[in-house]
Design a protein around this ligand. Structure first.
Ligand code: F6R
Length: 250
């Protein structure tokens, strides 16, 4: 595990975009695992800028997202498909058919989960997975108590997660109760993982990920054993980490 402590959100976003860019330069056909939420927005903005400046192309890249709400159609403005289209895909040169998200509106969600696992395999697995972290330690929508052996599955969202995500909806009651999410084991199979954390509200979750016991009560601790994990976190998010946790200070 490598921890890169940066000053603020903008620097976190720039460092993350730099790693994505390096990955695509090394392998223009790379598969990127992508996240939604507030954390990666700045990274997407930075990548769009690189594309517009002509220094980066996504033409041969494939993307696969971590999760999607159950019951929202792709056209719903609160779906993660809409988030990805609006904040990233429509601004770059990636072909639509190279971008994958679970279909949270599928009639048979169990089949959809199996199909998603097959999709990940068929595109050669994830080369670089971007993750955020929930205040309760969730990664993707794997809430506390999810087995570390889980594959893509339907999950009931924790009330803390619905509360945190209510900011995107008119009303907290409108936040879907369920989501389809990549499982923890699925995520751990990514060749490289970059977890982003910004803000004091992530400090305790980050402390547990870095310094806590590996425990299914805290999903992010599953990452402790990953052979190629980089955490990029700003000062606020690093507030509760002891000095011994840093391999690189900036
Ligand atoms: C998003 C996802 C979630 C978020 C997490 C943090 O696809 O899987 O795990 O990364 O909820 O969300 P933000 O970034 O909004 O704090």
């Amino acid at each position: 595990m490598k921890i890169m402590k940066v000053d603020h959100y903008e620097e976190m976003s720039q460092e993350a975009a730099k790693l994505v860019k390096e990955k695509i330069k090394a392998n223009p056909k790379a598969t990127l695992g992508l996240a939604t939420g507030g954390t990666p927005v700045g990274m997407y903005e930075q990548l769009i800028k690189e594309y517009k400046e002509g220094s980066l192309s996504f033409r041969h890249v494939k993307t696969i997202n971590l999760d999607e709400y159950v019951g929202l159609t792709a056209g719903d403005e609160n779906s993660y498909r809409a988030y990805m289209n609006n904040l990233f895909f429509k601004h770059i040169d990636i072909p639509n058919e190279s971008t994958f998200l679970p279909n949270g509106d599928a009639d048979d969600l169990q089949k959809e989960c199996e199909y998603y696992e097959e999709t990940i395999k068929s595109i050669g697995g994830v080369d670089l997975q971007i993750l955020g972290i929930g205040g309760n330690g969730h990664i993707a929508f794997n809430e506390p108590g999810t087995p570390f052996t889980s594959r893509t599955h339907v999950v009931k969202l924790a009330s803390a997660t619905r509360e945190a995500n209510a900011r995107y909806f008119d009303d907290e009651e409108d936040v879907p109760e369920y989501a389809v999410t990549m499982g923890i084991e699925t995520i751990l199979e990514s060749k490289e993982i970059v977890l982003l954390a910004s803000g004091e509200n992530k400090a305790e979750a980050l402390r547990e990920l870095v310094e806590g016991e590996k425990d299914e009560a805290n999903p992010s601790t599953a990452l402790q054993g990953h052979p190629n994990l980089t955490i990029i976190a700003d000062r606020q998010a690093c507030k509760k980490l002891g000095e011994q946790s840093f391999t690189k200070e900036q």
